[in-house]
Design a protein around this ligand. Sequence first.
Ligand SMILES: Nc1nc(=O)c2c([nH]1)NC[C@@H]1CN(c3ccc(C(=O)N[C@@H](CCC(=O)O)C(=O)O)cc3)C=[N+]21
Ligand SMILES: [Mg+2]
Length: 293
Amino acid sequence: MTAKILDGKAIAQQIEVEIHERAAAFEARTGRRPGLAAVLVGDDPASQVYVRNKERACARVGIQSHMHRLPDDTTAAELMALIAQLNADPAVSGILVQLPLPAGIDPTPILDAIDPAKDVDCFHPQNVGLVSQGRPRFLPCTPHGVLQILHRSGISAAGKHAVIIGRSEIVGKPMALMLMQKDSTCGSSAANATVTVCHSRTADMPAICRTADILIAAIGKPKFVTADMVKPGAAVIDVGINRTDDGLCGDVDFESVKEVASAITPVPGGVGPLTVVMLMENTLRAAEWQAAQ
Ligand SMILES: Nc1nc(=O)c2c([nH]1)NC[C@@H]1CN(c3ccc(C(=O)N[C@@H](CCC(=O)O)C(=O)O)cc3)C=[N+]21
Ligand SMILES: [Mg+2]
C-alpha cells in the first residue's frame, strides 16, 4: 500500500478562505481589524521562520499583526511590562510569545501574565482547564490543526485507537484530551477516540504503536517512527519539525512509513501550516468575543 499524502498546505488554504471572510465581516461590522501581537525574543533561526509565517498569514486573512522583536538580553521584567501593555491595548486581540524564550527567562510566569481572553496559544492554565473540561474558549493550535486535517481528509477518529507519541503541554497532552472527548469543533467524528499516550518511559513502544489506527508523532526526534511501528492501513500524523544536516524532516521516517500507512502528513507542508491557520482562527475568535463584551 502507498499512503495518501495529506496536503496540509492545501487544507490550511481552504480554512484561510473561511477565516478571511469572517475577518472581513468582523471589520465591516465593528470598523476594526482583529490584531495579533507576536513577541519574539532573541534570534533563534527556527523561531524567525515560524513568526514570519504567522505574520504573512495575518496579512493574507486580514488580521493586523503587531510584531515585537526584542534582543536576546531582554529581562523578564521588561517582558512582563510589554505583556501588561499588550493586555491593555484594545487594538491587540491576541498575544503570542514565541517559544522557546532565551535560557535565562522562565516562560511560566510570562505566559501566565497574558490576559486569558487574549491567550491565542491556549497556554494559560484557565484556558487549558476549559479545554480539559470539554468547554474550550480557545483550542491549542497544533492539536486543533491535527483534528482539522483528519476531519477534512475524511478520517474519523470515533471508536478508533489513537496513539500519541509525546506528552508535551503544547501538543501531546492537549491532543489526548481533545481526541478522547465526546465532541469537537469539527464534530463528533473528530473526537471519541480511545487514546493512548506514549513517552520516553513507555515500555515496548513499538508494540503499542502497532495497535494504532491513528498514530500521532510529537516527540521532536528525527525519523523516530519507522515502518515496523505502524499497522498496515493506519493514518500517520507527523507533528515534528527537525532541522538536520539534510534539511527539514519530521518525527516519522516518511519514505518507509508511506509504504505501510493508508494516509500520512509530509514535513514540511503537513501540520505546520495548520498550526499557523488555527492561530489566525483563535485571533479572530478573540476579537469577536472582545467586541461582544
Ligand atoms: N508560543 C508559541 N506558539 C507556537 O505555536 C509555537 C511556538 N511558540 N514555538 C514553536 C512552535 C512551532 N510552531 C510552528 C509554526 C509554524 C510552522 C510552519 O509554518 N511550518 C511550515 C514551514 C516549516 C519551515 O520552513 O520551517 C511547514 O511545516 O510546512 C511550524 C511550526 C509554532 N510553535
Ligand atoms: Mg519540536
